[in-house]
Design a protein around this ligand. Structure first.
Ligand code: ADP
Length: 293
């Protein structure tokens, strides 16, 4: 499965340009679309999911023209949007059966078999008869994946799925995603760097509707190896002075002190030590270079 996005642009009626001539190629497996709030991720995901049209550009999915052959796309698409509404009084099992009808699965036996398997896979079997309004955040998101998996989709889009989940729920959700990622294309849109680090062999970083970097997280990390330096600074004044002289990527508070990370091709001296690069460094470096441009 290959999804090819070419020269996509979108300006909303209020004048916000959400996508700027954006191009991306996405193959099998889990693809991370990483970017801050407002980067254009949801706009891109909704466009690929055939829910809105761009002003310019093209998208193909294994030879299907996504912008024209919408019904063809919908047959092979599973989508978990950011805002996910359900009929709260329905049970998970009934809701999935209902959605399976809408997906065009005509045989009642086939629907039941598929829904039962999905409830097992998403670990909702025990709670299948409970109404969805009683579900926790994590259960709702797992239900969201169950409905996205109905009718064996080839392309699955999940938009900011881990926002608001507690660490245990998030872990369980990411494990579930990774178990389905191997045979299909999963696009995981997120602003959480760890989601991408833990799951995605390929990624793109986007901001202001543009791709800043694309490729494998491992390659991106390797390219920064030996160039990330860290130091604990003692005062706000020292921090300000360093910020004017160096390329500060991030600052974290550790026991009330600022631990800063800077990008430098060579040893900056002055108490800095070389540290392993992390995907956060890749992300923040891209964002800071983008803001400077
Ligand atoms: P992300 O998913 O990365 O947070 P979005 O695609 O939601 O980004 O938003 C990109 C930009 O487009 C933001 O500035 C947002 O405010 C704007 N935007 C999104 N949807 C609409 C809309 N329906 N009308 C006007 N502006 C919108």
């Amino acid at each position: 499965m290959a999804l090819t996005i070419n020269g996509l642009s979108k300006t909303y009626p209020n004048g916000v340009q959400a996508l700027k001539n954006l191009s991306l190629t996405i193959g099998n497996n889990m693809f991370g679309l990483l970017g801050p709030n407002g980067a254009g991720k949801s706009t891109l995901m909704r466009t690929v999911a055939t829910l809105q049209d761009p002003d310019a550009g093209s998208i193909t999915l294994d030879g299907i023209d996504v912008l024209k052959q919408k019904n063809e796309v919908r047959k092979v698409l599973g989508y978990l949007p950011q805002e996910f509404g359900v009929y709260p009084k329905m049970s998970a099992a009934d809701m999935l059966l209902h959605l399976a009808v809408l997906k065009g699965i005509a045989s009642a036996g086939e629907r039941k078999e598929m829904v039962d398997a999905l409830l097992q896979q998403t670990n909702l079997w025990e709670a299948r008869k409970k109404s969805l309004s009683t579900y926790s955040g994590g259960m709702k998101q797992r239900f969201g994946i169950a409905q996205a998996l109905l009718a064996n989709p080839k392309l699955i889009i999940v938009d900011e799925p881990t926002a608001g989940l507690d660490p245990a729920e998030r872990n369980r959700f990411l494990n579930l995603l990774s178990s389905i990622g191997r045979d299909v294309t999963v696009i995981l849109s997120t602003h959480i760097v760890d989601d991408v680090r833990e799951l995605c062999p390929r990624m793109a970083i986007i901001a202001s509707g543009q791709v800043l970097q694309e490729g494998s997280p491992n390659d991106a990390l390797a390219a920064l190896q030996g160039k990330i330096w860290s130091k604990v600074v003692k005062s706000d004044d020292e921090l300000k002075a360093i910020e004017t002289q160096m390329n500060v990527i991030s600052t974290h508070l550790v026991s009330g002190l600022h631990e800063i990370r800077v990008y430098s091709e060579s040893n900056p001296g002055d108490g800095f030590r070389c540290v392993d690069s992390g995907l956060e460094d890749v992300y923040f470096l891209n964002l800071s270079r983008h803001t400077l441009n």
